[in-house]
Design a protein around this ligand. Structure first.
Ligand code: NAD
Ligand code: ZN
Ligand code: ZN
Length: 348
């Protein structure tokens, strides 16, 4: 089959790789219809996250059709339309039962093979899904497949970010990073009743999308940005910051923006060994800091219902669909944050 593989820093190739096959009785093989490039793929692309074997199939977002099932798969059948969360989960361990499916004792992240172990990704014609019954989510014909795809990562992650931030009506919030995940955090915060959200980025197109979704756009390269936000919050800072960037400077900015007693909710993937603020500084602000991978599987059914009800504005995320074979170019353009490349969905 054809797939996009990792060949080193900034080197993604469209090439032939072996077809995946059933390895365990709980596996399914899915024929991919749409996959996508995520901000998390860029950490690998730039070598900020390392350890990935050369030749690993990239990608962790996909929808498609079940084409084969292992002997113990009970709930799924050939032909089912399914969407996957970006990690697999067993549905029955301690972490799955408490809804922290991203920390499943047997879970794996798609698109991560290290020293020969791990799971190939979904930027491919076919993908092997371990623990398919508990990982995959079937969806109805009433939902466009490309919209369903968004629930498996960026939409779940944005909504998780606003939940961690404990957003409520009457509060004042900031979202750092207006990429796909940050914009989804704005939607999540709106659903929780937020009226005032500062959306912070430096890319004009992304700030425009944030404004269209109802946030107040703020360019972090403007000199008086911190002062302005503080002035608009009675000098205090915001109640919670939703950080969807994943860099030391963003973590530092989150610290500067949050008021004493506030929450920093971070979904940006951090690769730094240190903190951007010290324990003493956190103490002096009575800060709550929450960070980590989104338990997407625990969110997906609810989000699919919201989409089916037509309750969420997803058009910004569905405006760029390229072919899988254009993947190398799609990575480059998404990485450069070129106009029109907010979210890149790849049709297979
Ligand atoms: P993206 O790269 O498209 O968006 C990041 C945005 O942040 C860009 O628009 C960029 O201009 C902006 N930015 C950079 N520095 C900034 C700063 N100092 N302040 C404000 N904005 C800044 O990526 P994305 O797909 O939206 O993903 C965002 C982050 O979320 C990534 O780190 C990704 O790895 C992470 N992520 C985490 C999870 C999870 O489970 N926790 C899931 C998906 C994505
Ligand atoms: Zn992702
Ligand atoms: Zn589990």
């Amino acid at each position: 089959m054809k797939a996009l593989t990792f060949q080193g820093i900034r080197d993604i190739r469209y090439e032939s790789v072996p077809d995946p096959s059933i390895l365990y009785p709980g596996d399914a093989i899915v024929k991919v219809k749409y996959t996508a490039v995520c901000g998390s793929d860029l950490h690998i692309y730039h070598g900020r996250e390392h350890g990935l074997d050369m030749g690993t199939v990239m990608g962790h977002e996909f929808v498609g059709e079940v084409v084969e099932t292992g002997k113990s798969v009970k709930k799924l059948r050939r032909g089912d339309a399914v969407v996957s969360p970006f990690t697999t989960s067993c549905g029955s361990c301690y972490y799955c039962r408490i809804g922290l499916t991203c920390r499943c004792e047997r879970g794996q992240l798609y698109g991560w093979v290290e020293n020969g172990h791990g799971l190939h990704g979904a930027q491919a014609e076919y993908v092997r899904v371990p623990m398919a019954d508990s990982t995959l989510v079937p969806f109805s014909l009433g939902i466009a497949p490309a919209a369903a795809l968004l629930t498996g990562d960026i939409m779940a992650t944005g909504f998780f970010c606003s939940d961690q931030a404990e957003v409520r009506a009457g509060g004042i919030y900031a979202v750092l990073g207006c990429g796909p995940v940050g914009l989804m955090a704005i939607l999540g915060a709106k659903e929780r009743g937020a009226e005032k959200i500062f959306a912070i980025d430096a890319i004009p197109e992304r700030l425009e999308w944030a404004a269209k979704l109802g946030a107040v756009p703020v360019n972090f390269q403007e000199a008086n940005m911190l002062e302005m936000v503080r002035d608009m919050t009675g000098g205090r800072g915001v109640d919670s910051v939703m950080e969807a960037v994943g860099s030391e400077s963003a973590a530092r900015l989150a610290y500067e923006l949050v008021r004493p007693g506030g929450i920093i909710s971070t979904v940006g993937v951090h690769t730094s060994p240190g903190f951007a603020f010290s324990p003493a500084q956190a103490y002096d602000k009575n800060l709550t800091y929450k960070i980590g991978r989104c338990p997407a599987r625990a969110y997906m059914e609810k989000l699919l219902h919201r989409i089916e009800a037509g309750a969420v504005e997803l058009s910004p995320f569905l405006s760029r669909i390229e072919r899988l074979e254009e993947g190398r170019m799609a990575y480059e353009r998404f990485d450069r944050k070129e106009p029109g490349y907010l979210k890149v969905i790849l049709e297979v």
